[in-house]
Design a protein around this ligand. Structure first.
Ligand code: NAP
Length: 475
């Protein structure tokens, strides 16, 4: 823990004990810190405190809430170097990428500090002359979130900021593998003036127990989940019992398409950025590449040349672009996907090596066909399978052939093709001649089994608001 400069950010850590949860550095396997495992009765007590805090917070004006959120944003930016270091140590992503995530995470706080003041209702022309109709928007109440390890700050701020802006209280269950970033960013919220009971971070050895409480407690009115489709489906069933408002940001299987008229150099640049960010462990990572047959060889050659330059290592070392995978299970899965693809006829033209520890070399597979397992699997690792296609109709069928519908990407310079393909892709988000698409002003979210609900943008705050319809009679 000596490598972490600002220890005040981590006041919630504790000494090692039977109950404490150890947080490991995936690059070295060293224990970084311990955090408390809150017993289930403790979590119920926190929900009660959160409910009280929410009532008081709701009474504060939108501009007061906005000022506190802006202060939180400023503190996150001021402490961005320390936050990035904490993130790299517990998550593994290279320091520069971690800094990028901190700033991306901060952007949601800034955006929703402004949106707090814009939760407009409507006035509605009445169908009869003796009535006046309008709507107002009100906070849902206590909101809760369960978040994954791959974006330890951004997946929290893009939920917590709109919740607080809307007037909700917020309880977060971050992944047990990356809780330090969550505690650190919450500490900055407290310093900014967010009451401690309004923003609560909880972990327990058993995520299932925390999930059970957050999904079934009647005082929790909203559950926002980011994680796998499998867990999301389970949580949805649990929330059905108390009819909670929910949003689900789930898995992806993004196609990255290169048409014959594309700028191949731009496509290669976009492909590297989209595929290898966070060692391939993002829900919007390009998961399978479709390249039109006439430009296949050129793309593969240039892509392989660019990827072969990427440095793998401990994210704290300068120049590293690909860090470790999160744990041994993730590494075993990635290596097994490569082996299965090989056994089904794919060719490894780059990488495919176990580099020791939790490191795997960036891997490119060619001669991949649509029937291989790798095409239907969310890889969550640095593997790029490349498939050939002949024409647009064939491409659309193949690209949509998945249960997922989060992000998709394609490169073309033909205007008509750009519109047509964008309309035909069954995904919540489409990058056109662009490999990095997410920002605070755009509505992030998926369709099909990638979930529902939108984060960021003008829509993001609505996830934490109820519409109330008022009908004034007697005119
Ligand atoms: P995960 O296994 O679903 O875990 C996500 C969170 O859920 C963690 O906090 C985890 O806790 C908790 N959890 C796991 N099982 C639970 C249960 N039965 N009840 C309650 N909580 C439970 O996903 P992951 O492997 O961490 O993350 C990768 C997945 O997230 C990928 O599928 C990826 O595509 C998806 N993702 C989606 C988005 C998006 O915006 N759509 C963004 C990022 C990631 P512990 O880890 O502490 O056990």
């Amino acid at each position: 823990m000596d490598q972490i400069v600002n220890k005040t950010l981590l006041q919630s850590t504790c000494d090692s004990s039977e109950d404490a949860i150890a947080v490991l550095n995936p690059a070295t396997n060293e224990v970084l810190a311990y955090i408390p495992s809150v017993p289930t009765e403790g979590i119920v007590g926190q929900i009660e405190k959160s409910k009280k805090a929410q009532k008081a917070w709701q009474e504060r004006s939108a501009s007061e809430r906005s000022i506190i959120l802006k202060r939180w944003y400023d503190l996150v930016v001021e402490n961005s170097d320390d936050l990035a270091r904490i993130m790299t140590l517990e998550q593994g992503k290279p320091l520069q990428e971690a800094k990028g995530e901190v700033m991306y995470g901060a952007s949601f706080i800034q955006w929703f500090a402004e949106e707090a003041k814009r939760t407009y209702g409507d006035t509605i022309p009445s169908p009869t002359s003796n009535k006046r109709l309008m709507t107002i928007k009100q906070p849902v109440g206590v909101a809760a979130a369960i978040t994954p390890w791959n974006f330890p700050i951004a997946m929290i701020t893009r939920k917590a900021a709109p919740a607080l802006a809307a007037g909700c209280s917020f309880i977060i269950k971050p992944a047990n593998q990356t809780p330090l970033s969550a505690y650190a960013v919450a500490e900055l919220a407290y310093q900014a003036g967010v009451p401690r009971d309004l923003l609560i971070v909880v972990n327990n050895h058993s995520s299932v127990s925390v999930g059970d409480i957050l999904c079934t407690h009647n005082d929790i009115k909203k559950l926002s989940f980011t994680g796998s489709t499998q867990v999301g489906s389970h949580l949805l069933k649990q929330t059905a019992e108390t009819i909670k408002k929910t949003s689900m940001e789930l898995g992806g299987n993004a196609p990255f398409i290169v048409f014959d008229d594309a700028d191949i150099d731009a496509a290669v640049k976009g492909a590297v950025a989209s595929k290898f960010r966070n060692a391939g462990q993002t829900c919007v990572c390009a998961n399978r590449f479709y390249v039109q047959e006439t430009v296949y060889d050129e793309f593969v050659k240039k892509f392989a040349a660019a990827v072969s330059e990427m440095k793998v290592g401990n994210g704290t070392e300068p120049g590293v672009e690909i860090g470790p995978l999160i744990d041994a299970k993730a590494k075993d899965s990635v290596l097994s996907y490569i082996e299965t693809a090989k056994s089904q006829g794919a060719k490894v033209i780059l990488g495919g090596e176990d580099l020791g520890g939790l490191f795997v070399s960036p891997t490119i597979l060619t001669e991949v066909t649509q029937d291989m397992d790798i095409v239907q699997t969310e890889l969550f690792g640095p593997i790029a399978p490349i498939i050939r296609f002949k024409d647009d109709d064939e491409l659309v069928i193949k690209a949509n052939d998945t249960i997922y519908g989060l992000a998709s990407y394609f490169y073309t310079n033909k205007l008509n093709r750009a519109f047509t393909i964008a309309e035909k892709l069954e995904y919540g988000m489409v990058g056109i001649n662009e490999g990095i698409i997410s920002n605070e002003v755009a509505p992030f979210g998926g369709v099909k089994q990638s979930g529902f609900g939108r984060e960021g943008a003008k829509q993001g705050i609505d996830e934490y608001l109820n519409i109330k319809y008022l009908c004034f009679g007697g005119f």
